[in-house]
Ligand binder design. Structure first.
Ligand SMILES: *Cc1c(COP(=O)(O)O)cnc(C)c1O
Length: 395
């Protein structure tokens, strides 16, 4: 286990003298370490002193190191990373670059995220393609047999969810990817809820592309995200939009697309936030990602073991392998009311609504669930404070 006191000494949110808030929303927007805040704020100040261009030119090495750090975390090459302002941006940057023709099929996961499916539906409408959901098996994870039976060479892209937003499920991504590749479909992985809390090795998973956000389990600033694209796939895809960074203007009628994943980036960005993201990933690398992942799993397990003994509580997590997201409902108490009651006790949880994961929630006839997502810096005492508060409101 990591030293929780040391972790918390690094977090500005715990500088307070009084009882610390109980923070269980790292699946929404986590608490950053001090180095992340200081890095971003210092750069904003520097921009104000000497202008944004000179300020950025002083940090060129650190900016390049942001991609190197991310690449190290997911076992890729830095040239395979494109930085962006969100996971949805990164996901759609790749998705909209994949050519689609009438009759093509797009497969989405049963627990897929609203933004992904909305984009798929939009493109399908425009191209005369279709969107089909991969069924889930009895445990709730992707049904690999069903996936296999759906595949033929009309399937152009398969959207896989590593860990959904509305519960503790972890999907068998490597197996699903191997199956999808048999017909030559591209696999785009949404790793928004896994990056920073579950080990990701893109070489081992074999996916063609992967998107993630900065502010959740990676504990970076808001407005940051990244895309990984497998180099051989990247060379074949032209992004749907280009600028003078993703491409070079080589003649009155000519341009050349950037050779690496930077073809999926625009030039302008929030440099302070980007440096903050680099600081967040380096902080994680310094802690030892495996230590963090084990700690998150232990905290979530503590909740999963103890919540069911409270009368009226139903755990809603699917799957056989679990992430740090713990989802549940309370008999007779609306999830929104649970969130508000807990907030009054300075305990932060969120509610995940049907509209975010429509296919899965509709299949389970759920309107919403309470989502508690503890990171490694949350103490066992705080988890018990949360459990007691849930016990009180359920009783
Ligand atoms: C939060 C989330 C996203 C979207 O991330 P943004 O950075 O807000 O675009 C995508 N997929 C899943 C599973 C998420 O939980």
């Amino acid at each position: 286990m990591l030293d929780t006191d040391r972790l918390r000494a690094d977090i500005p949110a715990y500088d307070t003298a009084g009882p610390p808030p109980v923070f269980l929303d790292s699946a929404g927007s986590s608490l950053p370490p001090r180095i992340v805040v200081d890095t971003a704020v210092a750069h904003l100040r520097r921009e104000a002193e000497i202008g944004g261009y000179r300020a950025a030119s002083e940090r060129l090495d650190d900016l390049a190191a942001v991609k190197t750090a991310i690449a190290t975390l997911i076992n890729a090459d830095a040239s395979a990373i494109a930085l962006s302002d969100s996971a949805s941006r990164s996901w759609s940057d790749f998705f909209y670059a994949v050519p689609l023709r009438p009759g093509d099929r797009i497969l989405v996961s049963g627990s897929d995220y609203a933004s992904n499916v909305i984009a798929a539906l939009q493109r399908a409408r425009a191209a005369g393609a279709t969107v089909e959901a991969i069924p889930s098996d009895d445990t709730g994870q992707i049904d690999l047999v069903a996936l296999d039976s759906m595949l033929d060479d009309s399937v152009k892209i398969v959207s896989l969810l590593h860990a959904p937003t509305n519960g503790g499920l972890v999907n068998p991504v490597a197996e699903a990817t191997r199956i999808a590749h048999r017909v030559g479909a591209l696999v785009l992985l949404d790793a928004c809820q896994s990056a920073g809390q579950i080990g990701i090795d893109v070489a081992e998973l074999g996916v063609d592309a992967m998107s993630a956000t900065g502010r959740k389990w990676l504990r970076g600033p808001r407005g940051t995200g990244f895309l990984y694209v497998r180099p051989d796939v990247c060379r074949e895809l032209e992004p749907s939009r280009l600028d003078l960074h993703s491409a070079a203007w080589t003649g009155p009628q000519d341009y050349r697309v950037a050779p690496d994943a930077s073809r999926f980036e625009f030039w302008e960005c929030d440099v302070a936030a980007r440096l903050g993201l680099g600081a967040a990933v380096n902080y994680l690398l310094d802690l030892g990602p495996e230590n963090v992942y084990a700690d998150v799993a232990a905290k979530a397990r503590h909740l999963r073991e103890n919540l069911p003994s409270i009368r009226g509580i139903t755990l809603r997590d699917l799957g056989t392998e679990h992430s740090g997201i713990v989802s549940f409902t309370v008999d007779g108490v609306d999830p929104g009311q649970v969130r508000e009651t807990l907030r009054a006790a300075d305990i932060t949880v969120t509610v995940s609504y049907r509209s975010s994961t429509l296919l899965d929630m509709s299949a389970r006839r759920l309107e919403s669930v309470v989502r508690a997502s503890p990171h490694c810096f949350v103490t066992l005492e705080e988890l018990d404070r949360f459990l007691e508060a849930v016990d009180r409101l359920a009783g």
